[in-house]
Design a protein around this ligand. Structure first.
Ligand SMILES: C=CC1=C(C)c2cc3[nH]c(cc4nc(cc5[nH]c(cc1n2)c(C)c5CCC(=O)O)C(CCC(=O)O)=C4C)c(C)c3C=C
Ligand SMILES: [Fe+2]
Ligand SMILES: [Fe+2]
Length: 339
């Protein structure tokens, strides 16, 4: 017997997650969930639980909440931008799979809206197919891997599983490279060309890379392709890694160290872009646009500009649409939801 309405396909745009409010208790809740994930912190669990509860969670949330408060825009920028991306993608994808019904939703690995809650709610509404797009352009076990884990944990509780596809990443997708290169060109039409263009990626601990996390190699590939598209010579750009956390060694070179060295060495102007972030967030709006600016200027630099993330740029939505459309269309012909 046919149901009255055709099967439903849900496209989920997934980002890392962010606190509910820029307050110490809300940041503590968020950090507790985030930093308890063994994908993120690989220290033996019992030992880490002690460090987290005795040293990290009593002090860090207050300082981090102040940083969030300085960039808060009615809500966390990451959530605002993710919602904006969903709104722009919805009408485009709704057309692709008619008569099947496609809807686009936001979800987060940590905090709200949490991925398992979103999947539960959509399943109750009759969704039969999930297309999941973690918006991490370069796969890392610490970011994308955690999304796979969340989906797997959710699946363990389901008897009648839906269709599910997860897009691993898109670090060298031509539309991603083009969107970044065009965004840099547009920015430089307004602000001129700098002496140095810095591609600063969120870092990971060096031992994670040594054990096989492919993230740093993917970052290098993205940066080299964008530099090539812009026709930059080797001395005009650099790749670096930011946002260190904890005492161990992280992948190098470190963004703040390079900026200090450049300032001291007489480099006058720098533009910095952070291609690992699909949405501006604490790590870009506060760490790159405010903190690292001060680092460079104090070291002797003259001009420092942060180039925004792709956020809701049309070229970014073109890329996300190109990633999702074949998966949506591929499923639009299956019969799963009819039986
Ligand atoms: C060991 C710790 C961390 C790893 C590994 C890590 C990887 C990683 N993170 C992102 C993206 C984001 N991280 C953000 C914030 C953030 N990251 C860590 C730690 C690790 N990240 C912490 C503790 C925090 C919270 C802020 C702080 O306490 O300093 C954010 C910003 C979220 C926001 O609300 O704006 C993003 C985005 C990636 C892509 C990644 C691996 C590649
Ligand atoms: Fe992080
Ligand atoms: Fe940071």
């Amino acid at each position: 017997m046919k149901p009255e309405l055709p099967p439903r396909i849900a496209v989920l745009l997934i980002n890392l997650g962010t606190p509910d409010e820029p307050t110490a208790p809300a940041v503590r809740r968020y950090l507790r969930q985030f930093l308890s994930d063994p994908r993120v912190i690989e220290i033996p669990q019992f030992l880490w639980a002690i460090i987290l509860n005795l040293f990290v969670l009593p002090s860090r949330p207050k300082r981090v909440a102040e940083a969030y408060a300085s960039i808060w825009d009615g809500d966390s920028p990451m959530r605002n931008i993710l919602n904006g991306q969903v709104e722009k993608l919805q009408p485009r994808l709704a057309k692709s799979a008619a008569p099947f019904r496609v809807s686009v939703h936001s979800a987060m690995s940590y905090g709200n809206p949490g991925l398992p809650d979103v999947m539960d709610a959509l399943r109750k509404e009759g969704v039969d197919h999930f297309v999941m797009l973690p918006l991490f352009p370069q796969y890392s076990a610490t970011s994308t891997g955690a999304v796979y884990d969340a989906v797997t944990k959710w699946s363990l509780k389901q008897r009648n599983l839906p269709n599910m596809t997860i897009v691993k990443d898109y670090f060298a997708h031509p539309l991603y490279i083009k969107a970044l290169a065009d965004s840099i060109r547009r920015f430089q039409e307004k602000h001129g060309k700098p002496e140095k263009l810095m591609f600063s990626f969120h870092g990971i601990p060096q031992p994670y890379a040594d054990k096989g996390d492919p993230y740093p190699k993917r970052c290098k590939c993205t940066a080299a392709q964008v530099a090539h598209a812009l026709g930059l010579s080797a001395d005009e750009w650099i790749i670096s890694f930011q946002s260190r956390f904890g005492k161990q060694e992280w992948v190098k070179p470190y963004t703040d160290v390079v900026l200090k060295e450049w300032g001291a060495a007489g480099v006058r102007s720098v533009q910095i872009i952070s291609p690992a972030f699909s949405a501006d967030c604490l790590e870009t709006l506060e760490e790159l646009a405010i903190e690292n600016r001060e680092t460079f200027l104090h070291a002797g630099g003259q001009e420092y500009h942060y180039i925004p993330a792709l956020n809701m740029d049309d070229a970014h939505i073109d890329l996300i649409e190109a990633l999702a459309t074949p998966l949506v269309k591929g499923w639009a012909g299956t019969l799963d939801g009819w039986a």
